[in-house]
Ligand binder design. Structure first.
Ligand code: SF4
Length: 319
């Protein structure tokens, strides 16, 4: 929800709450106590201005979707105002039914063969040097959409020479699909485990924790020099020990980078937020992740997989 303040600045609504202790894992809170008031540290500026408007206009005129909008990302104002957006390819309808995600679910439309050109042209107009491309799950396609995904990556690189990070679905664990994707030479392959394995049934029905790990492992096996990255959302009822175990599993799968952010329920129809994790807890987990061998880490309440992805990749990220 967005409110307009007397100053004219639009902010996401929030209610001040007491500073909570640093801990992760409040799954025992009864459902009657939800929703929990949103803390001050999740306040964001709505954004606007000429660059924001240019991004919006170019995306619209090229018929492109973004995960920024479809997933109701709280950072849209900031990112678009910097001229950065994460393109969502292969439509805005997903074949999976994740309980946390705002992207539309159902039967997707046929692929748009002009999409690679449209993505490349938009990236060129926006002057992108590092672009994150992601997609919906396309379990209806024999290759999961990997060839189309690869075509979009190639089109951007060939048009403007930008680095492209591919935030991919699990392609049902298909090695040939991952090979196809890597053949397009993304600079980083990201695949998000999103949560601890204990919560997969409610958070990611239709997906499997081990399969997601296998995709990251496969990527390192096929293309050891391509960086890999994954993301964890906190606040869904996971425990601290569970989070640390996921870190170990990701490192075992050869994962180079990790992002950790706060889960925000897009609507009341989505999974409730079980806890707003304090920024200090995010900072501590970031330190632990670095100590466990991740070479690039971004951890904070508003961190998302694609948030300042270029800075994450180049090791200059500061929350
Ligand atoms: S963090 Fe990523 S998804 Fe969110 S607005 Fe920024 S670029 Fe878009």
């Amino acid at each position: 929800m967005v409110e307009k303040e007397a100053s004219g600045v639009r902010r996401q609504s929030s209610v001040a709450v007491r500073k909570p202790p640093i801990r992760i894992g409040l799954a025992s809170i009864p459902n009657s106590q939800f929703p929990i008031p949103k803390p001050d540290w999740l306040k964001v500026r709505w954004g606007g201005g000429p660059t924001f408007n240019l991004v919006e206009q170019q995306l619209r005129s090229h018929g492109l979707h973004t995960v920024c909008e479809e997933a109701m990302c709280p950072n849209r104002g900031e990112c678009w105002s910097r001229g950065v957006a994460t393109v969502l390819i292969m439509g805005d309808v997903c074949t999976r039914r994740c309980g946390f995600c705002a992207i539309g679910k159902g039967r997707p439309a046929t692929l748009n063969p002009d999409e690679p050109r449209a993505v490349a042209e938009t990236a060129a107009i926006l002057g992108a040097r590092y672009l994150v491309i992601t997609s919906v799950d396309r379990d209806d396609l024999p290759d999961g959409g990997s060839a189309h995904f690869g075509a979009c990556i190639r089109a951007v690189r060939e048009r403007i020479g930008a680095d492209v990070e591919a935030l991919i679905p699990d392609f049902k664990g298909s090695r040939s699909a991952v090979e196809t994707l890597l053949g397009a030479r993304p600079i980083c392959l990201a695949h998000n485990v999103e949560t601890v394995p204990e919560l997969y049934r409610t958070v990611r029905p239709g997906s499997f924790y081990e399969r997601s790990l296998s995709v990251l492992r496969m990527s390192k096996d096929i293309s050891p020099r391509t960086a890999t990255k994954s993301n964890l959302m906190l606040g869904l009822g996971e425990t601290r020990d569970g989070v640390l175990r996921v870190m170990d599993d990701l490192r075992e799968a050869g994962c180079d980078g990790l992002t950790i952010g706060q889960y925000l329920a897009p609507t009341r129809g989505h999974l409730p937020v079980r806890e707003y994790v304090h920024p200090e807890a995010f900072a501590e987990l970031g330190q632990i992740a670095r100590a466990r061998g991740f070479t690039f880490v971004a951890s904070g309440p508003l961190v998302r997989s694609s948030y300042k992805a270029d800075e994450q990749f180049h090791g200059t990220f500061a929350p």
